[in-house]
Ligand binder design. Structure first.
Ligand SMILES: *Cc1c(COP(=O)(O)O)cnc(C)c1O
Length: 493
């Protein structure tokens, strides 16, 4: 028989232990007061440390991943298969850094999981099987811009007939100098903040990320302006496609324009990166009229050079997990290889040639974060993930329609008709309250209900709220009833 404490422990380690969407103020205060001021000289028993975690710390967690009604940010959840696998990962603590086929199966599993992801996204394995797992979409965006920077400067050197080994080898400053260039620029439309951060990290500079958007639509490229920037002779460029914009969930391109951008990038030697943190999941959907617009938004994504995707959002595996794909097999290793470390060289096997992860990504020692992805993909299959995403989209559209009809709220962007709005809705709902004073506190009023949580954001210069639906636990009817009940009450307050 397990005693109460063992049961508590088991429950805490399994989740869901947290009952509310946000922890109570008392639980937060109690947890904070329980944090030690300094490291004690002597350790405590395992049981007392476990008690501290379960009694003090866990009650002050939020239900972000556990509740189906946490709509802040885009958090996803953890599927049962992914949770099991993640516990296995911790228990066996495998380091996935060098491909050593006689030592462990882990690099094979990681490579296989990447292949399964490509299948999920309908990307051709023979073209795209050069990816890796990252800590998240931010990590993947760093990889994308780093590979792009390497590629476009090598192209520029070729054009000038200049001998260049690689930026990774010689250094950005030296290469720019040698080529008489003033810098690298990133051209995008409403990029995620992490892409701008990646530009900062990589010496490109945050101020060299530019919005090249049309006056009538901030999400779409102004193609003429884009060509003008690409044609500059003092800079080299990376084009970053917002394949799913974080506020609206809408897409920057729709197939034909992506082809046009590809042609321009080829003409001027630019790299195309797609940030599809959540948007790439549009490719999971079935060919049905109701999803046609979303599918169009990720159409032609196989024309880009690199793709960012997030595991801990719509794939519903635990933090931290992202993935990165590129069509170019050798670029990542030119940036990320460990120099002069023969002992890290990959071993050989009869199977596919699996690169050692440490030579194609940021980290050397790495967590086996592919295993939860692998387990969850096997557990749901293509149709399971399709069905999960369909539920999320249907809930988002049902809420949008309700908000659109409600006299107290405005569905955003305001310029769109109801049918346009519903047609383009992926899994986010953007809206505001018509009453200005209510709108200023709309997010906190909704969140005070403790029944659901939304993120505050701003749209067109005024506050707005965003519902992002990303959890595998979504139930359309149940969650629609809950959300509309809360929004009705808030509108009456
Ligand atoms: C969430 C998100 C990111 C950043 O992802 P992390 O997983 O938080 O690193 C980047 N791009 C887009 C479009 C996102 O939605």
């Amino acid at each position: 028989m397990q005693n109460q404490f063992q049961q508590d422990l088991w429950k805490a380690a399994q989740g869901p232990w947290v009952s509310g969407i946000l922890p109570s103020a008392e639980n937060l205060a109690r947890a904070r007061a329980s944090l030690p001021a300094t490291l004690p000289d002597t350790g405590s028993s395992l049981e007392s440390v476990q008690r501290h975690l379960v009694d003090d710390i866990v009650p002050a967690f939020n239900g972000g991943s556990i509740s189906a009604n946490y709509y802040g940010f885009i958090t996803g959840g953890t599927t049962p298969a992914a949770l099991f696998a993640d516990n296995v990962v911790s228990a066996y603590d495998q380091n996935v850094q060098v491909h050593l086929p006689d030592h462990s199966i882990v690099t094979d599993v990681e490579y296989n999981a990447l292949g399964l992801l490509l299948d999920l996204f309908r990307l051709d394995r023979s073209t795209w099987h050069n990816g890796t797992f990252t800590t998240g979409a931010t990590g993947s965006n760093i990889l994308g811009l780093a590979c792009g920077r390497e590629f476009i400067l090598q192209k520029a050197a070729q054009r000038q007939g200049c001998h260049l080994q690689s930026v990774g080898e010689e250094g950005l400053f030296e290469v720019l100098n040698a080529l008489g260039l003033s810098g690298v620029q990133v051209l995008s439309t409403l990029p995620h903040s992490s892409l701008v951060k990646a530009a900062g990290v990589l010496g490109i500079g945050r101020s060299n990320v530019h919005n090249i958007c049309r006056a009538d639509d901030p999400l779409r490229f102004d193609i003429d302006k884009l060509e003008k920037e690409l044609a500059r002779t003092d800079k080299v460029s990376i084009v970053a496609i917002s394949c799913g914009e974080v506020n609206t969930g809408r897409f920057a391109t729709s197939g034909a324009d992506l082809k046009e951008i590809r042609q321009l990038c080829d003409k001027y030697g630019a790299w195309m990166h797609a940030d599809g943190a959540f948007g790439i999941f549009g490719r999971v959907l079935a060919e049905r009229p109701e999803f046609a617009t979303i599918k169009k938004g990720c159409e032609g994504i196989d024309l880009v050079d690199s793709i960012t995707g997030d595991g801990h959002k719509l794939l519903n595996v635990p933090y931290d997990c992202g993935f990165f794909f590129t069509r170019h097999p050798h670029i990542a290793s030119q940036v990320f290889q460990n120099a002069n470390a023969a002992y890290l060289a990959a071993g050989n096997s009869d199977g596919p040639s699996i690169p050692s992860p440490l030579n194609i990504g940021i980290e050397n020692s790495r967590r086996f974060r592919a295993l939860p992805v692998y387990a969850s993909l096997l557990s749901y299959g293509k149709s399971g993930y399709q069905e999960m995403l369909e539920r999320q989209i249907r809930l988002a559209r049902k809420i949008y329609e309700w908000v659109f009809e409600h006299s107290g709220y405005t569905a955003l962007p305001e310029t769109m008709s109801k049918s346009e709005l519903l047609d383009q809705t992926f899994m986010t709902v953007l809206f505001r309250a018509n009453d200005e004073s209510l709108n200023r506190e709309l997010g906190s009023k909704i969140n005070e209900s403790s029944r659901m949580f939304v993120s505050g954001t701003s749209w067109d210069g005024s506050p707005a709220c965003r519902i992002a639906i990303s959890n595998w636990r979504v139930d359309v009817e149940r969650d629609f009833a809950l959300v509309t009940e809360v929004l009705t009450k808030v509108a009456q307050s």
